[in-house]
Design a protein around this ligand. Structure first.
Ligand SMILES: Cc1ncc(COP(=O)(O)O)c(C=O)c1O
Length: 381
């Protein structure tokens, strides 16, 4: 057996990122400054949107999106339960009520038919997640939202570089939230951004990420001959801004993103081919409208018993799989919400995330493939 544990997700940075950080440290400006601005401009060009506001996490992006919609107690927001908890917490931060809609059994994305069933006269918004990097059926969600005046917020934490009908995710709704956390497709350590096409939203997010202050320190230093000390606090904002150390890493990662996503796609192709004859293993799909960014490679086992036995089997072979996610509606903090999500409640028991990241060598992948293929399905006890 190898002494190397193969992780399900793993951060991978190169010398270029290290050099970019060193350069920022040498300039002496490490806060919100020129690298943040450059990243925002480059990411807007890449995604094809008018504005990008750089933030310190995907959670901050989702929170500011929820605040911009002025969600308040009494409002309902329809949201997927198969996500990281941030997507749902931010609804509660505003005092609004999350309403869980079920997921499609193949993509695990929000099921538009169930969203339609969950809409009431209190519904204000739909928060969808492009699970594992596979874009949601945005036409179906927008066709529900638009006639009713509902907002659609996309959680694109997994979907950096993904495309919906040929358009990059980040350009297809009013507000899209990205995470650049350490293991994401575009990774900065910690970071996030919100993309939009409205000047009002962009100005709102720019103030809200900097405690509601009218002009950030960099503007006051760079646009005036002498540092302009005066500022006004116009909103009750947060300290959510992206800073230049992370942004410098992000600029390098952005240059690599297309190639890195192509490598992920190649690795997924190998898995798909290697598991094609395993009738007991359900492989992930890619719908005709979607180009996935393949953040996660998620398979389904026939039963929870098999899934849990597969986890033990892989761990014994020094392979660390994951489960994305234990449904949010089942967590103690959300137990008070009555939710009818039968597909979610059944399917999470069968899902398993196999290792997929840029540190995975062809030999590592062979080990994962052999381990999965050697699993004695049905023999679980
Ligand atoms: C689907 C989803 N939404 C939101 C987030 C939150 O992003 P961050 O960790 O940058 O706050 C994550 C991060 O794991 C995520 O996977």
């Amino acid at each position: 057996m190898s002494d190397k544990v193969i992780q399900v997700l793993q951060p991978v940075y190169g010398e270029e990122e290290a050099a970019a950080v060193a350069e920022v440290l040498r300039t002496g400006w490490v806060g919100l400054g020129p690298k943040t601005r450059a990243f925002e401009e480059e990411f807007a060009k890449y995604v094809g949107c008018d504005y990008v506001v750089g933030l310190n996490s995907g959670t901050a992006a989702l929170h500011l999106a929820a605040l911009a919609l002025q969600l308040q107690p009494g409002d309902e927001v329809i949201v997927t339960p198969i996500t990281f908890v941030s997507t749902v917490h931010v609804i509660r931060y505003c005092g609004a009520t999350p309403v869980f809609a079920d997921v499609e059994p193949d993509t695990l994305n929000l099921d538009a038919a169930d969203v339609a069933r969950k809409i009431t006269d209190r519904t204000r918004a739909i928060f969808c997640v492009h699970y594992s990097g596979h874009p949601c059926d945005m036409a179906a969600l927008h066709s529900l939202a638009e006639p009713r005046g509902l907002y659609v917020v996309e959680d694109a934490a997994h979907a950096c570089g993904a495309e919906y009908k040929g358009a990059k995710i980040g350009s297809t709704s009013e507000l899209t939230c990205f995470s650049f956390h350490a293991v994401k497709n575009l990774a900065m350590g910690e970071g996030g951004a919100i993309t939009c096409n409205s000047d009002w939203y962009a100005r709102y997010f720019t103030q809200m990420r900097w405690l509601g202050i009218s002009r950030d320190t960099f503007s006051r230093s760079s646009e005036e001959k002498v540092y302009a000390w005066q500022y006004w606090v116009e909103r009750l904002g947060y300290k959510y801004h992206l800073h230049d150390i992370s942004a410098a890493i992000g600029l390098v990662q952005l240059q690599k993103l297309e190639a890195n996503n192509a490598r992920r796609r190649e690795m997924v192709g190998r898995y798909q081919e290697a598991f094609a004859d395993l009738e007991w293993l359900e492989r992930p799909v890619e719908k005709e409208y979607a180009k996935s960014s393949w953040h996660l490679y998620v398979v389904k086992l026939p039963t929870q018993r098999d899934r849990d036995a597969m986890i033990r089997h892989l761990k014994a072979l020094d392979i660390a799989p994951g489960v994305h996610y234990y449904p949010i509606n089942l967590h103690p903090v959300y137990k008070d919400i009555k939710s009818e999500v039968p597909v979610t409640n059944a399917i999470w028991k069968r899902i398993l995330t196999l290792p997929l990241h840029l540190g995975l060598t062809p030999e590592d992948q062979n080990r994962v493939i052999e381990a999965v293929r050697s699993f004695p399905v049905g023999a679980a006890c």
